[in-house]
Write a protein that binds this ligand. Structure first.
Ligand SMILES: [Zn+2]
Length: 308
């Protein structure tokens, strides 16, 4: 499948009502670990990198590693820049072959956010790269969430491809159970519905209850960002290895630590792909029984019986 345009990946998710996981990484080995996992379960994937991690990961190297892994993959793989806050990181990501970039002007006043996002869109579209923008403040109170009327203006004036919404979601671990404002999500979706092919994304996926994820997908979210829980799983694996191997074990400690972290990332991503219903949607030869959940099987059996 090779590298796939992020818009193409998200269009399939929109058409078939599932969401694509956008999984943040912070080292090169995590990119191939995630792609291998996505192949193993037949799911499209967006490997994403937050701009703030650029000092640790060279964008050009990441682009090369991801492209190399993607070319061997039987599923669509996109590479996305998350939370670019300046044109420099956006430009470096575009140069490195990323299939989409985010320009995050959400902390700016609306007019300024529109002006700068429009410029980022110009940069992206001139190289056929999709651009994401954000409107509203993640983790803020109701009056800081995405306003549907502003969303309509923002989408129209910037020409973005992907809109990150603030509907009660936040980065990091939530204090208590997050409460998503689905009514607001529906209003946002309706407000931008006259513009074709603008995809909605939800940041801060860690800690959102499974049924709320599924509800968000049914109301039009096609991309969900995950990082915190992957980091936590990777850290736990590394700590378990250290606890189980208190003595220096020779040359194998560091590789085992790296493996533990990247497998923590991949295992966590796999469980989210199941929740997002992206598992089994790409690659392979159709849907096998292990990709159907028991409720789906029951409803199919009932439908058959009722038609007899
Ligand atoms: Zn985010």
């Amino acid at each position: 499948m090779s590298f796939t345009d992020t818009r193409e990946i998200l269009q399939d998710a929109a058409d078939r009502r599932y969401a694509v996981g956008a999984f943040n990484i912070c080292s090169l080995d995590q990119s191939s670990a995630l792609i291998n996992m996505a192949v193993s379960i037949g799911s499209a994937i967006l490997v994403t990198i937050p701009a703030v991690i650029e000092p640790y990961v060279d964008f050009a190297e990441l682009g090369a590693v991801t492209k190399c892994a993607a070319e061997k993959a039987s599923v669509p793989v996109g590479l996305h820049l998350s939370h670019g806050t300046d044109f420099g990181s956006v430009e470096r990501a575009i140069d490195a072959g990323f299939t989409s970039v985010m320009f995050d002007g959400s902390k700016l006043p609306l007019e300024e956010n529109i002006r700068l996002t429009r410029e980022a869109v110009r940069m992206g579209h001139s190289r056929n790269v999709a651009v994401e923008g954000e409107l509203g403040s993640l983790g803020g109170s109701a009056d800081m969430m995405t306003d549907p009327d502003s969303a309509s203006q923002y989408v129209k004036e910037t020409d973005i491809d992907i809109l990150a919404v603030a509907i009660g979601n936040a980065h990091g671990f939530y204090k208590g159970t997050p409460k998503l404002d689905f009514e607001r999500l529906v209003h946002i979706r309706n407000a931008i519905s006259s513009r074709k092919n603008v995809f909605l994304t939800l940041h801060g996926g860690t800690g959102i209850p499974d049924h709320d994820m599924k509800m968000a997908i049914s109301e039009g979210i096609t991309k969900i960002c995950i990082y915190t829980e992957m980091c936590n799983a990777g850290k736990n694996n590394a700590m378990a290895y250290l606890a189980g191997n208190p003595e220096y074990q020779g040359n194998y400690d560091v590789p085992e630590l790296i493996k533990g972290i990247s497998s923590g990332f991949a295992d966590t991503a796999r469980s989210f792909m199941e929740i997002f219903s992206s598992k089994g949607k790409s690659g392979g030869s159709g849907v096998s029984t292990d990709q159907l959940d028991i409720e789906e099987i029951k409803s199919i059996i009932h439908a058959v019986i009722n038609n007899l």
